[in-house]
Design a protein around this ligand. Structure first.
Ligand code: HEC
Length: 144
């Protein structure tokens, strides 16, 4: 009697280990987000429009795609102009024009760095995330 009880207990604990392993691996799958920085558009929309989260994701995308030319926090480099600049505040460069520059590139216009090539890999949601981050940097610098 006592013996079979122990067996049942063992079977139960084996099950709970399996359930634990399964739930941990599905959690990891969820967290890894398909390995994409900033998450897929679907995940962004599912999470809702949490602006702090959007800016954080935007910063990651900015670091990966824009920082090499536009510098740390949009302060510029010798390859590209600062985006935290009054020429690019919302009153000078609309959100639409910003997104167009990323999707279609921008000709040499205000500076002498040459043109900006289009960044075709980025989705519209990802560009919106980057824009949210850049606008926040501009607002901190009192650029409107
Ligand atoms: C290889 C360098 C390079 C990279 C990478 C780059 N840019 Fe640019 N970008 C430039 C240069 C150079 C200009 C300035 C063109 C000019 O003379 O007005 C520019 C201009 C812009 C403008 C202004 C466009 C206009 O209409 O005046 C925006 C907005 C912009 N970049 C956003 C971005 C964003 C966002 C990213 C990342 C997703 C990015 N850029 C990545 C080089 C780059």
């Amino acid at each position: 009697m006592a013996r079979s009880n122990r067996k049942i207990r063992f079977a139960k604990s084996k099950n709970s280990v399996l359930i634990l392993v399964l739930s941990i691996s599905s959690l990891l799958l969820l967290l890894s987000n398909g390995g994409k920085i900033g998450g897929s558009d679907d995940n962004v929309l599912k999470r809702g429009l949490d602006s702090a989260q959007i800016r954080r994701d935007g910063m990651k995308l900015y670091i990966g795609n824009c920082l090499s030319c536009h510098g740390v926090h949009g302060r510029g480099t010798s390859f590209g102009p600062p985006l935290v600049h009054r020429s690019y505040g919302a009153s000078e460069l609309s959100d639409q024009a910003f997104a167009q520059a990323v999707h279609y590139g921008a000709p040499e216009r205000l500076w002498h760095f040459g043109e900006m090539k289009p960044l075709k890999e980025l989705s519209q949601v990802q560009v919106a995330q980057i824009l949210a981050y850049v606008r926040a940097q501009q607002t901190d610098a009192e650029i409107r």
